[in-house]
Design a protein around this ligand. Structure first.
Ligand SMILES: NC(=O)c1ccc[n+]([C@@H]2O[C@H](COP(=O)([O-])OP(=O)(O)OC[C@H]3O[C@@H](n4cnc5c(N)ncnc54)[C@H](O)[C@@H]3O)[C@@H](O)[C@H]2O)c1
Ligand SMILES: [Zn+2]
Length: 376
Protein backbone atom coordinates (compact mmCIF):
# COMPACT_ATOMS: atom_id res chain seq x y z
CA UNK A 1 0.00 0.00 0.00
CA UNK A 2 1.19 3.50 -0.82
CA UNK A 3 1.16 5.44 2.48
CA UNK A 4 0.58 8.80 0.80
CA UNK A 5 -2.11 7.71 -1.61
CA UNK A 6 -3.58 4.37 -0.67
CA UNK A 7 -6.21 2.89 -2.94
CA UNK A 8 -7.03 0.21 -0.41
CA UNK A 9 -6.13 -0.58 3.17
CA UNK A 10 -6.67 -3.06 5.98
CA UNK A 11 -6.96 -2.36 9.71
CA UNK A 12 -6.89 -5.11 12.34
CA UNK A 13 -9.06 -4.79 15.46
CA UNK A 14 -7.17 -6.72 18.12
CA UNK A 15 -9.47 -8.36 20.65
CA UNK A 16 -7.94 -11.81 21.20
CA UNK A 17 -10.30 -14.49 19.92
CA UNK A 18 -12.73 -11.83 18.73
CA UNK A 19 -10.21 -9.98 16.54
CA UNK A 20 -11.26 -8.99 13.04
CA UNK A 21 -10.20 -7.05 9.96
CA UNK A 22 -11.61 -3.89 8.44
CA UNK A 23 -11.08 -3.95 4.66
CA UNK A 24 -11.24 -0.46 3.13
CA UNK A 25 -11.22 0.66 -0.51
CA UNK A 26 -13.10 0.82 -3.81
CA UNK A 27 -14.72 -2.19 -5.47
CA UNK A 28 -15.00 -4.26 -2.31
CA UNK A 29 -18.68 -5.26 -2.63
CA UNK A 30 -17.70 -7.23 -5.74
CA UNK A 31 -15.05 -9.01 -3.65
CA UNK A 32 -17.15 -9.42 -0.49
CA UNK A 33 -18.03 -13.08 -1.15
CA UNK A 34 -14.35 -13.99 -1.36
CA UNK A 35 -13.30 -11.80 1.58
CA UNK A 36 -15.92 -13.53 3.74
CA UNK A 37 -15.10 -17.02 2.44
CA UNK A 38 -11.41 -16.51 3.32
CA UNK A 39 -12.41 -16.08 6.96
CA UNK A 40 -15.62 -18.06 7.42
CA UNK A 41 -15.74 -20.59 4.58
CA UNK A 42 -18.87 -21.10 2.47
CA UNK A 43 -21.98 -20.21 4.45
CA UNK A 44 -25.65 -19.39 4.36
CA UNK A 45 -25.97 -15.60 4.49
CA UNK A 46 -28.82 -13.20 5.14
CA UNK A 47 -28.23 -9.65 3.92
CA UNK A 48 -30.10 -7.09 6.03
CA UNK A 49 -30.38 -3.71 4.33
CA UNK A 50 -32.66 -0.66 4.13
CA UNK A 51 -35.01 0.72 1.50
CA UNK A 52 -32.44 3.24 0.21
CA UNK A 53 -29.35 1.03 0.16
CA UNK A 54 -30.98 -2.26 -0.89
CA UNK A 55 -32.01 -1.12 -4.39
CA UNK A 56 -28.48 0.29 -4.97
CA UNK A 57 -26.20 -2.48 -3.68
CA UNK A 58 -28.03 -5.64 -2.53
CA UNK A 59 -28.05 -7.31 -5.94
CA UNK A 60 -24.32 -6.76 -6.52
CA UNK A 61 -23.60 -8.13 -3.05
CA UNK A 62 -25.87 -11.11 -3.60
CA UNK A 63 -24.01 -11.89 -6.84
CA UNK A 64 -20.64 -11.60 -5.16
CA UNK A 65 -21.76 -13.98 -2.40
CA UNK A 66 -23.18 -16.46 -4.90
CA UNK A 67 -19.99 -16.44 -6.99
CA UNK A 68 -17.99 -17.36 -3.87
CA UNK A 69 -20.28 -20.28 -3.10
CA UNK A 70 -22.40 -18.79 -0.33
CA UNK A 71 -26.17 -19.22 -0.25
CA UNK A 72 -28.37 -16.37 0.75
CA UNK A 73 -31.23 -13.97 0.59
CA UNK A 74 -31.97 -10.32 1.40
CA UNK A 75 -34.26 -8.73 3.99
CA UNK A 76 -35.07 -5.07 3.35
CA UNK A 77 -36.17 -2.78 6.16
CA UNK A 78 -37.54 0.78 6.05
CA UNK A 79 -34.76 3.40 5.99
CA UNK A 80 -34.57 5.70 9.00
CA UNK A 81 -33.83 5.89 12.70
CA UNK A 82 -37.34 4.64 13.60
CA UNK A 83 -36.22 1.17 12.50
CA UNK A 84 -33.95 0.93 15.55
CA UNK A 85 -36.95 -0.14 17.65
CA UNK A 86 -38.41 -3.22 19.36
CA UNK A 87 -41.07 -3.44 16.66
CA UNK A 88 -38.51 -3.66 13.84
CA UNK A 89 -36.23 -5.95 15.86
CA UNK A 90 -39.14 -8.33 16.40
CA UNK A 91 -40.06 -8.20 12.71
CA UNK A 92 -36.49 -8.95 11.71
CA UNK A 93 -36.10 -11.85 14.16
CA UNK A 94 -39.45 -13.33 13.05
CA UNK A 95 -38.40 -13.15 9.41
CA UNK A 96 -35.03 -14.79 10.19
CA UNK A 97 -36.55 -17.61 12.26
CA UNK A 98 -39.45 -18.25 9.90
CA UNK A 99 -36.99 -19.00 7.09
CA UNK A 100 -35.01 -21.40 9.25
CA UNK A 101 -32.11 -19.43 10.72
CA UNK A 102 -29.31 -21.81 11.74
CA UNK A 103 -26.35 -21.37 14.10
CA UNK A 104 -24.03 -21.25 11.09
CA UNK A 105 -25.99 -18.59 9.22
CA UNK A 106 -24.14 -15.28 8.87
CA UNK A 107 -26.01 -11.96 8.98
CA UNK A 108 -24.64 -9.18 6.78
CA UNK A 109 -25.49 -5.60 7.70
CA UNK A 110 -25.50 -3.64 4.42
CA UNK A 111 -26.25 0.02 5.16
CA UNK A 112 -25.58 2.89 7.51
CA UNK A 113 -25.41 2.92 11.29
CA UNK A 114 -29.10 2.18 11.68
CA UNK A 115 -28.84 -1.13 9.81
CA UNK A 116 -25.52 -1.94 11.52
CA UNK A 117 -26.85 -1.31 15.03
CA UNK A 118 -30.12 -3.20 14.47
CA UNK A 119 -28.56 -6.16 12.64
CA UNK A 120 -25.69 -6.43 15.11
CA UNK A 121 -28.12 -6.52 18.02
CA UNK A 122 -30.30 -9.11 16.26
CA UNK A 123 -27.19 -11.22 15.55
CA UNK A 124 -26.18 -11.06 19.22
CA UNK A 125 -29.49 -12.47 20.49
CA UNK A 126 -30.83 -14.69 17.66
CA UNK A 127 -30.21 -18.35 18.65
CA UNK A 128 -28.05 -16.84 21.46
CA UNK A 129 -25.74 -15.38 18.86
CA UNK A 130 -24.95 -15.89 15.18
CA UNK A 131 -21.96 -14.40 13.38
CA UNK A 132 -22.27 -11.13 11.51
CA UNK A 133 -20.40 -9.03 8.98
CA UNK A 134 -20.66 -5.26 8.58
CA UNK A 135 -20.73 -3.66 5.14
CA UNK A 136 -21.13 0.01 6.12
CA UNK A 137 -22.31 2.35 3.34
CA UNK A 138 -22.24 5.77 5.04
CA UNK A 139 -19.06 7.61 5.96
CA UNK A 140 -20.29 7.70 9.56
CA UNK A 141 -20.75 3.94 9.62
CA UNK A 142 -17.37 3.33 7.91
CA UNK A 143 -15.41 5.34 10.49
CA UNK A 144 -17.49 4.88 13.59
CA UNK A 145 -20.57 2.72 14.08
CA UNK A 146 -19.36 -0.42 12.25
CA UNK A 147 -16.19 -0.60 14.35
CA UNK A 148 -16.04 -1.42 18.04
CA UNK A 149 -18.94 -3.77 18.61
CA UNK A 150 -21.61 -1.54 20.11
CA UNK A 151 -25.07 -2.60 18.93
CA UNK A 152 -28.39 -1.05 19.97
CA UNK A 153 -31.98 -0.10 19.43
CA UNK A 154 -33.65 2.99 20.88
CA UNK A 155 -36.15 3.16 23.74
CA UNK A 156 -38.85 5.77 24.34
CA UNK A 157 -36.59 6.64 27.30
CA UNK A 158 -33.63 7.50 25.10
CA UNK A 159 -31.40 6.56 22.20
CA UNK A 160 -29.29 3.37 22.20
CA UNK A 161 -30.43 2.33 25.68
CA UNK A 162 -31.06 -1.32 24.74
CA UNK A 163 -28.23 -3.27 23.16
CA UNK A 164 -25.10 -5.32 23.55
CA UNK A 165 -21.38 -5.38 22.95
CA UNK A 166 -21.00 -7.82 20.06
CA UNK A 167 -18.13 -7.78 17.58
CA UNK A 168 -18.53 -8.50 13.85
CA UNK A 169 -16.30 -11.11 12.13
CA UNK A 170 -15.30 -8.71 9.37
CA UNK A 171 -15.99 -5.13 8.28
CA UNK A 172 -15.94 -4.27 4.56
CA UNK A 173 -15.94 -0.52 3.84
CA UNK A 174 -16.41 -0.08 0.08
CA UNK A 175 -15.63 3.57 -0.66
CA UNK A 176 -17.54 3.35 -3.97
CA UNK A 177 -20.79 3.27 -1.99
CA UNK A 178 -20.09 6.82 -0.77
CA UNK A 179 -20.75 8.11 -4.30
CA UNK A 180 -24.50 7.81 -3.80
CA UNK A 181 -24.51 9.22 -0.28
CA UNK A 182 -26.41 12.53 0.03
CA UNK A 183 -23.86 15.37 0.53
CA UNK A 184 -25.32 16.31 3.90
CA UNK A 185 -24.83 12.73 5.18
CA UNK A 186 -21.26 12.79 3.84
CA UNK A 187 -20.50 15.96 5.81
CA UNK A 188 -22.15 14.60 8.95
CA UNK A 189 -19.88 11.54 8.76
CA UNK A 190 -16.90 13.77 8.08
CA UNK A 191 -17.40 15.47 11.46
CA UNK A 192 -16.65 12.10 13.10
CA UNK A 193 -13.48 11.78 10.97
CA UNK A 194 -12.29 15.18 12.21
CA UNK A 195 -13.05 14.00 15.75
CA UNK A 196 -10.21 11.46 15.59
CA UNK A 197 -7.69 14.15 14.66
CA UNK A 198 -8.95 16.49 17.34
CA UNK A 199 -8.96 13.91 20.10
CA UNK A 200 -5.59 12.33 19.48
CA UNK A 201 -3.69 13.07 16.26
CA UNK A 202 -2.77 16.68 15.46
CA UNK A 203 -0.95 15.56 12.30
CA UNK A 204 -4.11 13.91 11.00
CA UNK A 205 -6.12 17.08 11.69
CA UNK A 206 -3.54 19.13 9.78
CA UNK A 207 -3.80 16.64 6.89
CA UNK A 208 -7.59 17.04 6.96
CA UNK A 209 -7.21 20.82 6.82
CA UNK A 210 -5.43 20.25 3.49
CA UNK A 211 -7.50 17.33 2.15
CA UNK A 212 -10.94 17.54 3.79
CA UNK A 213 -12.59 19.45 0.96
CA UNK A 214 -11.43 16.87 -1.61
CA UNK A 215 -12.52 14.05 0.67
CA UNK A 216 -16.11 15.26 1.05
CA UNK A 217 -16.21 16.03 -2.69
CA UNK A 218 -15.54 12.33 -3.34
CA UNK A 219 -11.75 11.86 -3.74
CA UNK A 220 -11.44 8.09 -3.20
CA UNK A 221 -7.81 8.02 -2.08
CA UNK A 222 -8.40 10.79 0.47
CA UNK A 223 -11.44 8.83 1.67
CA UNK A 224 -9.51 5.57 1.99
CA UNK A 225 -6.71 7.23 3.91
CA UNK A 226 -9.05 9.06 6.28
CA UNK A 227 -11.21 5.98 6.89
CA UNK A 228 -8.07 3.94 7.56
CA UNK A 229 -6.68 6.42 10.09
CA UNK A 230 -10.08 6.80 11.79
CA UNK A 231 -10.51 3.03 12.07
CA UNK A 232 -6.95 2.60 13.37
CA UNK A 233 -7.62 5.12 16.11
CA UNK A 234 -10.99 3.68 17.03
CA UNK A 235 -9.54 0.14 16.99
CA UNK A 236 -6.68 1.19 19.25
CA UNK A 237 -9.00 2.83 21.76
CA UNK A 238 -11.49 -0.08 21.70
CA UNK A 239 -8.59 -2.50 22.17
CA UNK A 240 -7.63 -0.71 25.38
CA UNK A 241 -11.17 -0.25 26.67
CA UNK A 242 -13.76 -2.41 24.89
CA UNK A 243 -16.59 -1.74 27.33
CA UNK A 244 -16.03 1.97 27.87
CA UNK A 245 -14.95 2.05 31.47
CA UNK A 246 -12.28 4.67 30.73
CA UNK A 247 -10.41 5.84 27.67
CA UNK A 248 -13.13 4.88 25.14
CA UNK A 249 -15.04 7.92 26.42
CA UNK A 250 -12.59 10.11 24.46
CA UNK A 251 -14.61 9.08 21.41
CA UNK A 252 -17.40 11.19 22.89
CA UNK A 253 -15.53 14.43 22.17
CA UNK A 254 -18.22 16.99 21.33
CA UNK A 255 -20.96 14.51 22.13
CA UNK A 256 -22.12 15.84 25.52
CA UNK A 257 -23.04 19.09 23.80
CA UNK A 258 -24.26 17.31 20.65
CA UNK A 259 -26.73 15.09 22.50
CA UNK A 260 -28.22 18.11 24.27
CA UNK A 261 -28.66 19.93 20.95
CA UNK A 262 -30.17 16.81 19.35
CA UNK A 263 -32.56 16.34 22.27
CA UNK A 264 -33.82 19.90 21.71
CA UNK A 265 -34.16 19.50 17.93
CA UNK A 266 -35.82 16.08 18.21
CA UNK A 267 -33.05 13.80 16.82
CA UNK A 268 -34.24 14.40 13.28
CA UNK A 269 -33.59 16.01 9.93
CA UNK A 270 -33.38 19.46 11.54
CA UNK A 271 -29.93 18.66 12.92
CA UNK A 272 -28.10 15.47 11.91
CA UNK A 273 -25.96 13.76 14.56
CA UNK A 274 -22.68 14.62 12.83
CA UNK A 275 -23.74 18.25 12.45
CA UNK A 276 -24.47 18.38 16.17
CA UNK A 277 -21.06 16.78 16.85
CA UNK A 278 -19.31 19.47 14.77
CA UNK A 279 -20.96 22.21 16.84
CA UNK A 280 -20.28 20.19 20.00
CA UNK A 281 -16.56 19.90 19.23
CA UNK A 282 -16.32 23.64 18.64
CA UNK A 283 -17.98 24.15 22.03
CA UNK A 284 -15.61 21.67 23.72
CA UNK A 285 -12.61 23.59 22.34
CA UNK A 286 -14.08 26.98 23.21
CA UNK A 287 -14.93 25.82 26.73
CA UNK A 288 -11.38 24.49 27.10
CA UNK A 289 -10.00 27.84 25.88
CA UNK A 290 -12.32 29.75 28.20
CA UNK A 291 -11.04 27.65 31.14
CA UNK A 292 -7.45 28.41 30.14
CA UNK A 293 -6.76 24.76 29.25
CA UNK A 294 -6.26 25.13 25.50
CA UNK A 295 -4.85 27.86 23.22
CA UNK A 296 -7.54 30.11 21.74
CA UNK A 297 -6.00 29.71 18.29
CA UNK A 298 -6.65 25.95 18.38
CA UNK A 299 -10.35 26.59 19.03
CA UNK A 300 -10.33 29.08 16.13
CA UNK A 301 -8.73 26.50 13.80
CA UNK A 302 -11.43 23.95 14.61
CA UNK A 303 -14.22 26.42 13.87
CA UNK A 304 -12.48 27.59 10.67
CA UNK A 305 -12.10 24.03 9.37
CA UNK A 306 -15.76 23.16 9.86
CA UNK A 307 -16.71 26.41 8.14
CA UNK A 308 -14.36 25.62 5.25
CA UNK A 309 -15.93 22.22 4.51
CA UNK A 310 -19.50 23.46 4.98
CA UNK A 311 -20.51 21.98 8.34
CA UNK A 312 -22.68 24.11 10.63
CA UNK A 313 -20.74 25.98 13.32
CA UNK A 314 -23.58 27.76 15.12
CA UNK A 315 -26.84 26.63 16.71
CA UNK A 316 -29.57 26.01 14.12
CA UNK A 317 -32.90 27.80 14.45
CA UNK A 318 -34.70 26.44 17.50
CA UNK A 319 -37.87 24.44 16.75
CA UNK A 320 -39.68 25.87 19.81
CA UNK A 321 -39.17 28.79 22.12
CA UNK A 322 -35.45 29.48 21.58
CA UNK A 323 -32.15 28.18 22.94
CA UNK A 324 -31.66 28.23 26.67
CA UNK A 325 -28.59 27.15 28.63
CA UNK A 326 -30.60 25.80 31.59
CA UNK A 327 -32.58 23.43 29.34
CA UNK A 328 -29.42 22.29 27.55
CA UNK A 329 -27.70 21.61 30.89
CA UNK A 330 -30.76 19.60 31.99
CA UNK A 331 -30.37 17.40 28.92
CA UNK A 332 -26.71 16.89 29.76
CA UNK A 333 -27.55 15.86 33.32
CA UNK A 334 -29.96 13.23 31.97
CA UNK A 335 -27.30 11.64 29.72
CA UNK A 336 -26.55 7.98 30.45
CA UNK A 337 -22.90 8.86 31.08
CA UNK A 338 -23.63 11.06 34.10
CA UNK A 339 -21.98 9.70 37.26
CA UNK A 340 -23.10 10.82 40.73
CA UNK A 341 -24.85 13.82 39.17
CA UNK A 342 -21.65 15.09 37.51
CA UNK A 343 -21.64 15.64 33.76
CA UNK A 344 -18.69 14.10 31.95
CA UNK A 345 -16.97 16.42 29.48
CA UNK A 346 -14.24 15.64 27.01
CA UNK A 347 -12.05 18.74 27.09
CA UNK A 348 -8.73 19.42 25.47
CA UNK A 349 -5.24 20.81 26.02
CA UNK A 350 -5.11 21.55 22.29
CA UNK A 351 -5.63 19.90 18.91
CA UNK A 352 -4.87 16.18 19.25
CA UNK A 353 -4.83 16.22 23.06
CA UNK A 354 -8.28 15.52 24.54
CA UNK A 355 -8.94 14.30 28.10
CA UNK A 356 -11.91 13.20 30.19
CA UNK A 357 -13.14 15.21 33.17
CA UNK A 358 -16.24 15.50 35.32
CA UNK A 359 -14.93 18.49 37.17
CA UNK A 360 -16.34 21.40 35.18
CA UNK A 361 -18.21 24.28 36.83
CA UNK A 362 -21.72 24.33 35.26
CA UNK A 363 -21.85 28.13 35.43
CA UNK A 364 -18.88 28.24 33.01
CA UNK A 365 -20.75 25.93 30.64
CA UNK A 366 -23.91 28.02 30.97
CA UNK A 367 -21.97 31.20 30.11
CA UNK A 368 -20.60 29.60 26.95
CA UNK A 369 -24.02 28.27 25.89
CA UNK A 370 -25.72 31.61 26.54
CA UNK A 371 -23.15 33.27 24.30
CA UNK A 372 -23.90 30.78 21.50
CA UNK A 373 -27.66 31.07 21.98
CA UNK A 374 -27.44 34.85 21.71
CA UNK A 375 -25.53 34.48 18.44
CA UNK A 376 -28.03 31.96 16.95
N1 LIG B 1 -22.69 1.42 17.27
C1 LIG B 1 -21.97 2.52 17.37
O1 LIG B 1 -20.85 2.52 17.89
C2 LIG B 1 -22.52 3.79 16.77
C3 LIG B 1 -21.68 4.90 16.65
C4 LIG B 1 -22.19 6.04 16.04
C5 LIG B 1 -23.50 6.06 15.58
N2 LIG B 1 -24.29 4.96 15.74
C6 LIG B 1 -25.68 4.96 15.25
O2 LIG B 1 -25.63 5.07 13.84
C7 LIG B 1 -26.86 5.65 13.39
C8 LIG B 1 -26.57 6.69 12.36
O3 LIG B 1 -25.88 6.10 11.27
P1 LIG B 1 -25.91 6.75 9.83
O4 LIG B 1 -25.54 8.17 9.92
O5 LIG B 1 -25.14 5.86 8.95
O6 LIG B 1 -27.46 6.75 9.50
P2 LIG B 1 -28.42 5.85 8.57
O7 LIG B 1 -28.12 4.43 8.69
O8 LIG B 1 -29.80 6.29 8.89
O9 LIG B 1 -28.03 6.35 7.11
C9 LIG B 1 -28.30 7.70 6.74
C10 LIG B 1 -29.17 7.76 5.48
O10 LIG B 1 -28.38 7.45 4.33
C11 LIG B 1 -28.96 6.39 3.59
N3 LIG B 1 -27.83 5.67 2.99
C12 LIG B 1 -26.94 4.86 3.63
N4 LIG B 1 -25.96 4.52 2.79
C13 LIG B 1 -26.22 5.10 1.60
C14 LIG B 1 -25.56 5.12 0.34
N5 LIG B 1 -24.38 4.51 0.19
N6 LIG B 1 -26.13 5.80 -0.67
C15 LIG B 1 -27.30 6.46 -0.48
N7 LIG B 1 -27.95 6.51 0.69
C16 LIG B 1 -27.42 5.83 1.70
C17 LIG B 1 -29.76 5.62 4.59
O11 LIG B 1 -30.79 4.89 3.99
C18 LIG B 1 -30.31 6.76 5.46
O12 LIG B 1 -31.41 7.36 4.83
C19 LIG B 1 -27.56 6.19 14.61
O13 LIG B 1 -28.65 5.35 14.93
C20 LIG B 1 -26.50 6.12 15.71
O14 LIG B 1 -27.05 5.90 16.98
C21 LIG B 1 -23.82 3.84 16.33
ZN1 LIG C 1 -21.09 10.38 17.08
Amino acid sequence: MNEQNPSSAKVRVDLDARSYDIEIGPGLIARAGTLIAERLGERQMVIVTDSNVGPLYAEALQESLGAAGHGGRTIQIDAGEQSKSFAYLEGLLDDLLEEGLERGTVLIALGGGVIGDLTGFAASIALRGVEFVQIPTTLLAQVDSSVGGKTAINSPHGKNLIGSFYQPRLVIADTDTLRTLPPREMLAGYAEVVKYGLLGDAGFFAWLEDNGTALVAGDPSAQTRAIMRSCEMKAEIVNQDERETGRRALLNLGHTFAHALEAETGFGEGLLHGEAVAIGMILAFELSAQLGLCPGEDAARVRAHFEAVGLPTTFPSHPGGGWNSATLLDHMRRDKKVQAGKITFILTHGIGDAFITNDVDPTQVAALLDGQAAAA
